[in-house]
Design a protein around this ligand. Sequence first.
Ligand SMILES: C[S@@+](CC[C@H](N)C(=O)[O-])C[C@H]1O[C@@H](n2cnc3c(N)ncnc32)[C@H](O)[C@@H]1O
Length: 224
Amino acid sequence: MKQVITGDDSITFYNEEYDETYHSVTGAVEEAFKKFVEPALSFVKDKNHVSVLDVGFGLGYNSAAALDRIFELNPECKASIVGLEKDKEILRVIPGLSCLQIKNYDIIKEMIKCMGRGGAKDKYEYEKGGVRLTLLLYDAVKSIRSVNSLFDIVFLDPFSPRKNPELWTESFFKELRKRIKQDGVLTTYSCARRVRENLRRAGFKVFDGPCVGRRSPSSIATPL
Ligand SMILES: C[S@@+](CC[C@H](N)C(=O)[O-])C[C@H]1O[C@@H](n2cnc3c(N)ncnc32)[C@H](O)[C@@H]1O
C-alpha cells in the first residue's frame, strides 16, 4: 500500500481499489481532530463514559484523536469504541505506524497488535485501562445490524459518496439513527447535497461543520 505524507506531516495511504487516500492530503490528523472529533466534543463534555461508533475505522485516527480530547476534558472518563471496517489489510499497517500527533494512538496500536495474535475472526474486543475497543471486520451494511448499543458520537468516514455509495444511503443512515443517543452527534467530512438529504430523511438535523483544508464545510448531524 502506498504511503502518502500529508500537509500536517501525518501519514495516510492510497487505496488502489477506490483510487482515493484514506484522509485529506491537506492533513490526515488535522482532519481527524477538526472535522470529526472537535465538532462532537460539546455533546460529551460532562460525561464520565463516552461511546463512539467509528464507521470506516481505517487507520483508527478518528478513534484515537477522540480519546485524546475526551481524556483532556476528563482524565477519569471511560470510553467504548465500536469500529466498523471491512478491510483487514489496512489494520495490519497500524502497529508499524508512527503517529506522534495523537497521544493515544499507541493504545490503538497495541490493541491491533493483540488482534494479530487472534487469527482471522470477524469480531475482536479489547479492554485496556478505561478504553474498550470492539472491531467488527466485515461489511458495515451488515455489521451495523449486530450493534446493539447506543452511541454518544458517530464518526461517518467512508471513502467518497461516489466511490463508496453503500455507506451514504438513507437506509444505512436509518441504521445509524437507531443507534445514536437522543443527545448524541454524528460528524462527517462530506457536505454533499445528496448526503445531507439522506441524513434528513433518516431522521437527523444537519448543520455546517468547520471548513478545514477546503472551502466547503463538513457536516454535523443530530437526531430530530
Ligand atoms: C476514508 S477511510 C477511513 C479512515 C479512518 N476513519 C481513519 O481515521 O483512519 C474509509 C474506510 O472505510 C472502509 N470501508 C469502505 N466501505 C466499507 C464497508 N462497506 N464496510 C466497512 N468498511 C468500509 C474502508 O476500508 C476504509 O478503511
